[in-house]
Design a protein around this ligand. Sequence first.
Ligand code: FHN
Length: 614
Amino acid sequence: MSMTATRGRAIALTVALATGPLALVPATASTAAPRAGAAAAAEPGPGTNYAIDDPFTSDRTSWFRADRFGMFIHFGAYSNLEGEYTRPNGTVCRNAEWIMRECAIPKGEYEKQAATFNPKDFDAKAIVAAAKSAGQKYIVITAKHHDGYAMWPTKQNNWNLRDHSSFDKNRDILAELKQAADAEGIKLGLYYSIWDWHDPDFPNADTFPKYKQRMYGQLKELIDNYDPALLWFDGEWDTDRPTNRWHARDGEELESYLRDLDPNLVINNRVNKRRVTDGDYGTPEQEIPKAPEDGQLWESCMTINGTWGYARHDTNWKSGTELTRNLLNTSSRSGNYLLNVGPDKLGRVPAPSTAALKEMGDWLGRSGQGAAVYKAGFPGVVSQPDWGVVSRSGNDLYASVYKWPGAGKQLHLRATTGFKVDSARVLGSDQKVTVTKAGDGYDITPAGDATNPTATVIKLSITPAAPAAEGHGTGLKAEIFDNDQLSGSPKVTRTDPTINYAWRFRGSPAENIPADHFGTRWTGTIEPRYSEKYQFATVSDDTVRVWVDGKLLIDHTTPHGPSVDKGTIDLQAGRKYSIKVEHTERTGEAYMKLLWSSPNTPQQVVPKSQLSPN
Ligand code: FHN
């Protein structure tokens, strides 16, 4: 885990309950005290860097980047209505997990129906078995959705499955799921909605801090009692009915608090404001980005029919082929696929869901085809074809062919850099595969038929260009100014191992540098390991410029919010090129990350080993 200059761990010892200028209020013991054994540290302030590592390469996120495929579970008091509400006038209103709001169910009536909720058939072992049969490696279940109903015996209120239902008061479904998941080596994640339609303190600016204290208390309960590997936040966006007062300052505080409670947590970007700078990964929903996301890991969440929560009327089930190809498309772009199931009011997963999941698992488990997904990602050395998708794992390419060419016909792959194909074979078939260099890449000619209608996988073992030896760099020279013009003499001169900074509102590059109006110039040399085209990407706020080999690759000097900027340059392995990076912060939040990627270099924060201060 590469650590940059950090002023102790940025944590919230007291809960900052701010929606405007930070106002600290005494926290109750149940909300803010870090877990036993966690190091108490100073309040965040100048010198704080909230970036704890590079999610693209850290041990902390390695399971998430390898597992690729998870099960989402939307289950709550809304499930008890099964997607339909009959209004007093006899008309029927249909929805799913938004039914309380979208069908304008009076609070009292919603509470009354929730009191009858009795998911007596919720079977954690069966759910985990369904996930395993699908090849899903982690599960994320709604602990609390927008209706505020907690699916565990929270002590923060009595609006929960233990205190407000007809369910067995000796049962705890999150504990049951945690135990079943642990027994099968499945990671457990918990979904938590910030937006809360039920808590009376949520919509009112004066009482929102009280809501936040209960929220912090609930999150500490979830971490202490269920030890989740991942927290999936939602409900962070600006909205009304009720007014959502969640501000980026709140997200800064919350993420810092959680990382102090559990430094191993993986957290999505909806903990703050769903930006490239928030949490560990982006969360496209009901869509699959066309390429790897710049600046952040990502996970696409999708329904298996049309609704997240169970809805009796929604029988629009996606096919196993569509779902499997979604997964392959996601993996080929270095993303994760979080596929949802919505248990019914008794806690049962609908049969069409488990059937589609099993179809996916059968495909993944057949002939080693899962290797195209697990630990696989963007290929880099070839462009994506129109006949399917290609993913890469180490020096193996997995061409998942959707449109089989027919015996003897070619599939063309465009190479983006030089590499050799050492062998090629169709998984699950002993048919001959011929590979010939052709034009801008290779022609692949399978002799036989497709092995299945979903995707036939051709495994190509390759030898990429040999990388130059890993550098022995120590980082870049950093000159830090207490002004945003980089004028005068730097207040601080040091060596920064990487450029991986999230100063947010309260942090800054050093304790004697204020949280606003500062700037940094990094200089030195950079050493690529491959001779190919490199893409440099910055995540910055407020301004950034990057020169490599004297060429201005990135020039975004109009003050901006969290933004990604990119530039490319051809580099030769083993050579040292001059690099200069300039960042300035006016006011508000501040970020500066420098990443690179190339056909053989997966996207990452430029590592210390390849940077030298002179
Ligand atoms: O409003 C929620 C919705 O109910 C569902 O939970 C999805 C799943 O990601 N998230 C929100 C919509 O973006």
